[in-house]
Design a protein around this ligand. Sequence first.
Ligand SMILES: Nc1ncnc2c1ncn2[C@@H]1O[C@H](COP(=O)(O)OP(=O)(O)OP(=O)(O)O)[C@@H](O)[C@H]1O
Ligand code: SF4
Ligand SMILES: [Mg+2]
Length: 331
Amino acid sequence: MEKQDVLLNVQNLRTWFNTPEGVVKSVNGVSFHVDRGETLALVGESGCGKTVTTLSLMKLLGKNSVVTADELTLNGRDIRALSKEEARKIRGKEISMIFQEPMTSLNPVYRIQRQLGEMLRIHNPGISRTEVHRRSVDILRKVGVPNPDERLKVFPHQLSGGLRQRVMIAIALASNPAMVIADEPTTALDVTIQAQVIDLLKELQRDFNTSILLITHDFGVVSQLANRVAVMYAGKIVEEGPLKDVIERPLHPYTELLILSIPGIKVKKGGRLRTIEGQVPNPLYFPEGCRFHPRCPSACDRCHREEPPQITIGGQTVSCWLRAEEGQYDT
Ligand SMILES: Nc1ncnc2c1ncn2[C@@H]1O[C@H](COP(=O)(O)OP(=O)(O)OP(=O)(O)O)[C@@H](O)[C@H]1O
Ligand code: SF4
Ligand SMILES: [Mg+2]
């Protein structure tokens, strides 16, 4: 892949929080990149650091956070030292965010018209009222909202969950962003609407060549949308690679268990699903050695003591001692 195809590049991101209990090390040396027009899925169970990773990129964390990175570039531009104001501009224009619960990002006291219109005005100063209306209708239609003229006049609570999600996507797209960060975009929705939102994101990508950073705990959603997958556990990426390779041959035991814990990918519907025993560790008390060892069915002595290095095998990277003989160590 040519260098200019990389839209977002993140190298060795660390995000720590100062809390009364101690330093919470939520993200510990995370590296990934997202190319133009591709979907990278960041997948892992609740509490492994997915949301903190994205909020760190977007400068959306509170004062008790410390974010460092060796590299953080968007479109070739270093975004580490941006002011809050500059970061806000990027969020409006180059990167849009779609959250799990639309009610938290839609303003309940304003009609849809105003919220969508505001976004369009920010990005097209001096635009006429008629033009704002025309574009609003157009964009709502694009994301599959029926009767857009009528829907513009209502408040968020007057819409169904699925329509709210679509409106939020419409607002996210009004700025024509190069990248959309979608944090659990389908989790709160029922299965039919989930499928519609997934189709919608696919269409957007096809029509606008938008890059998507998809955050989810659900490998089912990953398998429908992603080109590449980064599996996160306890603040680190433990495996990364093209979707097809990762699903065909997961190299990390955690990835394998995530895939076997949901129906439809490798376990046929009605088949026996695996559960992952235990819980994601609290970042205040990460285990020694491999952080997955207390839950890993294949853990050996070394796993308890020494942290595995990152190993490259074909197009995949993995951090697991089981693979130490197979590939090349990255130093
Ligand atoms: N502001 C904060 N202060 C202290 N700890 C935090 C803060 N925000 C997040 N954490 C901790 O960081 C860890 C990672 O949280 P994060 O929200 O990124 O998880 P996640 O992977 O997005 O999970 P979920 O799937 O539930 O959304 C958790 O242990 C969480 O408690
Ligand atoms: S390094 Fe050991 S404990 Fe960690 S995932 Fe691999 S086998 Fe399991
Ligand atoms: Mg989250």
